[in-house]
Structure formats: structure tokens, C-alpha cells
Design a protein around this ligand. Structure first.
Ligand code: GCU
Length: 359
């Protein structure tokens, strides 16, 4: 059944080769895919910093009944004679271990926050490093503030220069740079997470930055996990008209023209392989289109299988509320309810990671 649905939607194969392939061959194909995604959708970051520095600004080592240390840290990037700083918060259990950890791209800087139950995450044996996306650059057409101001400095954007999603993703990788300086984190178990526009950002981060062992997107929808060919709810035209600044200018070529995209969003999921990717949907989130998010997982599975790994383990039907598929390298669940990053979503992410990484 699902094979038919994929071919009705005219989905492209990610990799021509029909046989099991070596990881070197995949890395070559993967870098072509990343170039396509950056050139046509998210844009390339026009420059990289010469130097990074970190400063702990505040510390509370009695957070969560004394079980957790909460630090506020300033991350500073130097670009020639310009500098840019943004705050990040680290919540790390107080035990004597190396903790698996989330890099969480959030809408707000609050700890805890309605989108993340900090104490419960830490009680489950995970640390969490979070930042507020608008501390990196504003969520609007202003390209003169935050990191946008530093990298563009009043210059026009070229058609494949980055939009805001790439900049938020850049910041998630700088938080990972900071994580590398901490002795109580397990760097082999780093997971990037985001919801909605920040779920799109988490997937891009997982694709570009191989230090993340899993990228988790919650309700990321259009230009995130959901395939665009045949998508219901939000389309490229809707998203580009409302949020052109999230993308590079080239993306507008595909408004009402999805069939000419030289890829689809399952390429973004696959670009994370052989590392893991997790897609979470909510039944009533019709703007994101849960079926298209699910079909994207089905289509991305091809790459894991050609590499000789388990891809997406699922029945041959569309998803229902309560489905939880945690067996493969692509994890998935669909919960009841609306567009939201809920405690229930976090508990599924945690269960998947514990199972897959033997935490
Ligand atoms: C809008 C947008 C979505 C996005 C969402 C969000 O609804 O159309 O693409 O995911 O905002 O980030 O909350």
C-alpha cells in the first residue's frame, strides 16, 4: 500500500544504486544532497568564525531539589573584528557520570519551560543544553540583528545565502562546540531537538553536523520532515509567502512547483544516515500533515537499508494515534492532540534513545 502512495506522489529515489553500498559511497552521495538542500532551500552560511569562547555567567548547583546544576553560559564567536554572543543554559545532573545530552533549540529561554520538563529529563539520566532561537537572530525579515547582522553586515543576500533556519542551526552546532569542553557529557550520545520551525532547524542541524547521533523533529511539517509532493496543509507557497526569511531566495522557485524540486524532504531525513533520526507527529496537526511526515520516514528508509542497517520499521499502512515505532534507525510516534511539544513527546524521545543507545 505505502509503495503505491509514494509512487502516486511522484517521490524521487534518493540513491540510484540498487545494491548495498559502502559508507564511502554514501558519504559522497550525502555531500551532494547537503549541497542541494543548502543551495535550493536553506542557504549556505557565508562565513565561519575564526574563534569561539565560552563564559559561565551564572550557576545554580541546587537546581531541581539539588539534583541538577543549571548554568547560564555566554557563547562568543569572533568573525574578523566583529563578535557575536548568545546565551545558552546547561542543565546537567549532579552525579559522577558522563551524561547523554540534548541540544534543545527552543522558542524561549525559560528553564523549565512549557516545551521542556527539565527535571523529568534530568531524572531520566539526560542532560539538556538549551538556547532561545531569537537570541541568535530575530524571527523576521531583519537581517541586521544578531548573527545575521554580523555575517551580512548590511550586504544583500545572494540567492543561495542562508536564511534564518540555517542561522539557528549554526547556533545549535556552536552549543555542541561548548559541550565538547565539558567533562560530564557523553559526546557519543548528543541529540538535537526542536519543535515546528525549530524541528525543521533540528533536522538541518543533524544533517550538517555529524557530531549529533540523532536528530529529533517534533511537528516540523512543511520544509521539515514532511514530503512536499502531494502534501496537504501548508505548501511551499504558503510557507515562503509568510516566512521568506527562513530560507534562501532560491526556494521561491518551487512555489506551486514542488515537482521541479531536485529532491524532497525525505532527502533531509536521509542526509542524517547512518546516524539516527526521529519524527514525531500530532494527529490534529493538519497544517504540518502527519501523513506526509510519516511517508517521508518510509521513503528515507531506503538509504539505511542500502547501507545494510534497519531503516524504518512500520506496518504497511498510514499511521494512527498511539503508533510508536522504535525498532529502527528511524524512530517515530504519533500522539493525539494539537501542534505542541508535550511531555508525552519527550517521554517517547527518551524511550527511543534509551532503547537504541542502551542508556
Ligand atoms: C507556522 C508555519 C509552520 C511552522 C509553525 C511553527 O504555522 O506555517 O511551518 O512550523 O509556524 O513554527 O510553529
Amino acid at each position: 500500500m505505502l509503495e503505491n502512495l509514494l509512487s502516486e506522489r511522484g517521490l524521487m529515489k534518493i540513491w540510484d544504486s540498487s545494491e548495498i553500498c559502502s559508507s564511502d559511497e554514501w558519504e559522497k552521495r550525502r555531500s551532494e544532497i547537503l549541497k542541494l538542500l543548502c543551495n535550493e532551500e536553506y542557504g549556505f552560511l557565508p562565513c565561519t568564525p575564526d574563534n569561539l569562547s565560552f563564559e559561565v555567567l551564572e550557576q545554580d548547583n541546587k537546581f531541581c531539589a539539588g539534583k541538577v546544576t543549571l548554568n547560564k553560559v555566554s557563547i562568543t564567536a569572533q568573525f574578523g573584528n566583529k563578535r557575536f554572543s548568545f546565551p545558552c543554559w546547561t542543565s546537567i545532573p549532579n552525579g559522577n557520570k558522563k551524561y547523554p545530552f540534548f541540544v534543545f533549540i527552543n522558542f524561549r529561554g525559560d528553564i523549565p519551560d512549557k516545551y521542556f520538563p527539565t527535571e523529568e529529563i534530568c531524572d531520566n539520566g539526560f542532560a539538556i543544553l538549551s538556547f532561545c532561537y531569537e537570541d541568535v537572530t530575530s524571527d523576521d525579515n531583519n537581517f541586521s540583528d544578531g548573527i545575521a547582522g554580523v555575517i551580512y553586515g548590511g550586504k544583500d543576500r545572494k540567492d543561495n545565502d542562508c536564511g534564518k533556519i540555517s542561522m539557528w542551526s549554526w547556533a545549535a552546532s556552536r552549543v555542541m562546540d561548548y559541550a565538547k569542553t565539558l567533562s560530564n557529557l557523553d559526546l557519543t550520545k548528543a541529540f538535537v531537538v526542536g519543535h515546528s520551525r525549530l524541528g525543521k532547524t533540528a533536522l538541518l542541524t543533524g544533517a550538517l553536523d555529524a557530531r549529533f547521533a540523532c536528530a529529533i523533529s517534533n511537528d516540523s511539517g512543511c520544509s521539515g520532515a514532511a514530503i512536499t509532493r502531494g502534501k496537504r496543509g501548508e505548501k511551499i507557497k504558503d510557507i515562503y509567502n509568510s516566512f521568506p526569511y527562513w530560507f534562501c531566495a532560491n526556494y521561491k522557485k518551487y512555489m506551486d512547483n514542488e515537482h521541479n524540486l531536485p529532491f524532497d524532504q525525505h532527502f533531509l531525513l536521509a542526509a542524517i544516515a547512518p546516524r539516527k533520526v526521529y519524527v514525531a507527529s500530532a494527529k490534529e496537526d493538519l497544517w504540518a500533515d502527519p501523513d506526509s511526515e510519516y511517508l517521508s520516514c518510509v521513503a528515507a528508509s531506503e538509504v539505511y537499508e542500502k547501507l545494510g542497517f534497519t531503516g524504518f520499521v512500520h506496518p504497511d499502512r498510514l499511521p494512527n494515534v498511539g503508533d510508536v515505532f522504535h525498532e529502527g534507525n528511524i524512530g517515530y510516534h504519533m500522539r493525539d492532540g494539537l501542534h505542541y511539544l508535550s511531555r508525552e513527546d519527550w517521554l517517547h524521545f527518551i524511550a527511543y534513545l534509551k532503547k537504541q543507545f542502551k542508556i
